[in-house]
Each structure stands twice: as C-alpha cells, then as structure tokens.
Ligand binder design. Structure first.
Ligand code: THU
Length: 137
C-alpha cells in the first residue's frame, strides 16, 4: 500500500497542534498509515511529574491497538515548525513491534526502512526463540 506522505505530514501537523506540552514547549505530532488504509495519529502529552510524559508515538500506538490493530506501513512525526523529526529511541522500539522491518519511516534525510532506524532490533522473535527452547521436552 503506497503512502500519501503529504497527507500523513498534514495529519501529523494537525495532531501536533493539539499536543499538551506546557513543560518542554516542544509539541510533537505523529501520523501513520495502517495496512487496512486507516490513518492513526498521536501527540505528546506531558505531565507535572515530568518523567511520565507520553510521546506522540505512544498515543499513536494506543490508537492503533484500540482501533482494531493492524500493521503500520508508513510513519512520520513533526515538530512545532511542521518539520520532520526522528522518533526517540523508546518510540522506535514501539514502532518496531507494530510495523517491523517493512515499516517505512520519514526522516529529515528522506524515507527509510525501519531497519535503518533501529538496526538489529530486539523484538517478539527474541522472546519466541527462548520460549520454543523451553517448551521442548
Ligand atoms: N517527543 C515525542 O513526542 N516523540 C519523540 O519521538 C521525541 C520526543 C516529545 C516528548 C516530550 O514531550 C517532548 O517531545 C520533548 O522531549
């Protein structure tokens, strides 16, 4: 499924405009295309207890799962200027779980596969490898 990157960027900017980021002053919006054609979005939501802030990607993944799940196909996130930014390390892990190697990620240097953004990722297959071994008689 081909992504309309301009439409995704617009959805991310729209989500960014609703971010709750009074502490950092750094609103972020994220948007992704799902393999069934849905577009899911998220914005960062901060907290007076700074450490519990939710990144925009957290909201996006929550929306993906609560809306029926599916695999992420294309992802972008933007700052207050509407410029593309990289997802933080923790959020790359969140994206990996729901998009894997096939997920395309927009970066300031263009669109790249998720494997470029999170090489040698830890994922569900690593858990399976140990579980399979334990289940052997
Ligand atoms: N932030 C995100 O929402 N996503 C990222 O991938 C990078 C960082 C948010 C967290 C915090 O609310 C603000 O940006 C400043 O770090």
């Amino acid at each position: 499924m081909d992504a309309d990157w301009e439409a995704l960027r617009a959805a991310a900017r729209d989500a960014m405009s609703r971010a709750y980021a009074p502490y950092s002053g750094f609103p972020v919006g994220a948007a992704a295309l799902v393999d069934d054609g849905r577009v899911v979005v998220g914005c960062n939501v901060e907290n007076a207890a700074y450490g519990v802030a939710l990144c925009a990607e957290c909201g996006l993944i929550s929306s993906l799962v609560a809306g029926g799940g599916g695999r992420l196909v294309a992802f972008t996130c933007v700052d207050a200027r509407g410029a593309t930014i990289m997802p933080c390390g923790r959020c790359r892990q969140l994206l990996w779980e729901h998009g894997g190697a096939a997920l395309l990620v927009e970066t300031p240097q263009g669109v790249v596969p998720m494997t470029d953004v999170l090489p040698q990722a830890f994922g569900p297959q690593d858990l399976d490898a140990v579980r399979d071994r334990e289940e052997k008689p």
